[in-house]
Design a protein around this ligand. Sequence first.
Ligand code: IMP
Length: 433
Amino acid sequence: MADVILGVQWGDEGKGKIVDSLAKNYDFVVRFQGGHNAGHTLVIDNVKYALHLIPSGILYPQCKNIIGNGVVIDFQALDSEMQQFERLFSTTQNFHSTTGTLSSNSCLIDRLFISNRAHIILPYHVALDRFIENNRAKTKGLEAIGTTGKGIGPSYSDKVSRNGIQVGDIFDEEILHTKLQANLVNLAHLPLAFDIDSMLSEMRGFAKRFAPFVADTTQILWESTRNNKRILLEGAQGSMLDIDHGTYPFVTSSHTGIAGALSGTGLNAHDIDSVIGVMKAYCTRVGNGIFPTELHDEAGRFLQQKGMEFGTTTGRPRRCGWLDLVAIKHAIRFNGCTKLAIMKIDVLDTLHEVKVCVGYEYEGEVIDYMPYNLNVKPIYKSFSGWNGSARVREFSKLHANAKRYIEFIEEYTGSKVWLISTSPEREDIIEIP
Ligand code: IMP
């Protein structure tokens, strides 16, 4: 059976810490959508490791890691990410002794699998991403999305319009050449120039580098479910950035929710056991787009500084605001979350007052759902603040006001709070059985 971890806000909820702390219990950890627009940092022995594409199970020797068919891959980015772990593991005796002898030149072989059906991000996708963004920014009445500029949207566009290049294509140079040439013809009307020969030669190198990792990952997952293996599906971005159910068009270009977990792996609904929704105790978003509970005052600056709200992938400061329970309920509903993990409760420590949004004022009415047009005014419920939640590991030891806050989240959403994170450290988690 598989468990799914999803963000239920606009991304950056802290899924990385939860996946990292749960991965040891799983045989497989799988990324199913997005690309290197995602990211989180792990610190081991004071050295930072950035994860963008490689699933978080890579640090557990027993865990196999899959980049599923729903992901879009920038080979250059994947190569450098793999190198940091190849360097780490080749110098870690302990790791080798637990994984056994690996005869190949990469110690990640048999630990990392890349779907032959995943799509590739090519230089023209990156150029198009920037071109489209600039164009939107210059167009009266529109605004740039504020993408990560990594070519994610254009690569998914090619996939959907059936012009995409899949990982499996890089092993047949003739096919690759034909497809690339046709795609460049489609771009010929734009003021952008691309060199097909350099792309082909780069892909030749990548074909050699990645051949030992490419596999039919759906078959691997089907076989592992037959053998009762435990699978963890790791979402990237967040539900409110979902292409269908998020704040379109200020979203990413994939299905970040449960639908993506299935279509991006080949598993079906019966394979899913639990769906864990991860949320911060407040709310952040990067990039443009409506954010009803955004704060532009001292409280917003407090959350940004204390929560260290700067993007892992782009370094951009994150916009900060109060918790929006209307949006969370929307995400819980369309994902079928069975339990919640609340992150960064300690960031709220010392605040005199903490607010949560429990409804929207919309066209003169009070509503408790997300309307098509999110031009709404948030309605808040106010809580007295608390102190001392940092590093607490038992629910009973939380301040009464913090407990009240958590209990209200449960009550409002109808979803059980299972985990509460009280610091960035791996072990600082409260589990509520
Ligand atoms: P794209 O995914 O680069 O196309 O960016 C589309 C939107 O999703 C932008 O608002 C990005 O800031 C946002 N986004 C993409 N990846 C992440 C992420 O990992 N965390 C938070 N926001 C993200």
